[in-house]
Ligand binder design. Structure first.
Ligand code: NAD
Length: 243
């Protein structure tokens, strides 16, 4: 039995990749799961899991989402690869709004319920780019470093109320977010698309393979099971940050 059994969870970005894997893992562990995404396919996945789907663009208000949530997984994210001097300013703001602003607004939305219950789990899917930088990812690296900081503040404030806050920081995971980067990475680094996996994705990983979304979901569940682990970041990065 997992400590999420019988609890209510909400996962953002749950129509694809890591978010969907988290929703499936939480559901298998016995949680009731709310799946949130701007992609309407989320409704089909929610039905499959016997959960509740919400189609919502998280750059806007989150007030329509339920506040009675015990486990919040802030996961929705996007990538844009471009040098700073060419990076569209509105794109930079929108990425911060999604990956940092929405995490703040959702945490703020659910914390009163967690504090009332004296138990809660906040897990933020950041990235190795929350701990390290790469060229051409200014918005992503800024948002993820910000989310790592926000998580630590939530850990300090939540501790007296039985609420933990942690990050999972993966290296490159086999999801559409990575597949969509191949063309842009080839362009900005001036290399053939066929070389992107070896020269960009796996170059700094000691373990030379992409991570599977299910491996990230297991790390999320492990954090939910631990009441003394808080304010930390669990790197699931094949040794990237060991260097
Ligand atoms: P993905 O593209 O497979 O899924 C992201 C989901 O977020 C999609 O379903 C998308 O519709 C949703 N989404 C995007 N913008 C949204 C918005 N404005 N409102 C609501 N939903 C929105 O990506 P993924 O690889 O599963 O990434 C999930 C998280 O993991 C992201 O935060 C990403 O930064 C992080 N991450 C991914 C990798 C990787 O290599 N794939 C590595 C480290 C961290």
């Amino acid at each position: 039995m997992s400590s999420v059994t019988g609890h209510t969870a909400l996962v953002t970005g749950a129509a694809s990749g890591i978010g969907l894997a988290c929703a499936r893992a939480l559901s298998s562990a016995g949680a009731e799961v709310h799946l949130v995404d701007r992609d309407p396919h989320v409704l089909t996945f929610a039905e499959e899991l016997g959960g509740i789907g919400h189609v919502l663009d998280l750059t806007g208000s989150v007030e329509s989402l339920p506040a009675e949530i015990d486990v919040l997984v802030n996961n929705a994210g996007v990538q844009h690869v471009a040098p700073i001097h060419e990076f569209p300013a509105d794109r930079f703001s929108a990425m911060l709004e999604l990956m940092l602003g929405a995490a703040f607004r959702l945490t703020r939305h659910v914390l009163p319920h967690m504090y009332d219950r004296g138990w809660g789990r906040l897990v933020h899917v950041t990235s190795v780019h929350g701990l390290r930088a790469s060229a051409f990812k200014s918005a992503y690296v800024s948002a993820k470093h910000g989310l790592e900081g926000f998580s630590k503040v939530a850990a300090l404030e939540g501790a007296p109320h039985g609420v933990t806050s942690n990050c999972v920081a993966p290296g490159y995971v086999r999801t559409p977010l990575v597949e969509k980067q191949i063309t842009d990475q080839a362009r900005v680094h001036d290399i053939p698309e066929a070389d992107v996996a070896e020269k960009i994705f796996l170059q700094r990983s000691a373990v030379k393979r992409l991570i599977e979304p299910e491996e990230v979901a297991q790390a999320v569940l492990w954090l939910c099971d631990n009441s003394f682990v808080t304010g930390t970041s669990l790197a699931v990065d094949g040794g990237w940050t060991a260097q």
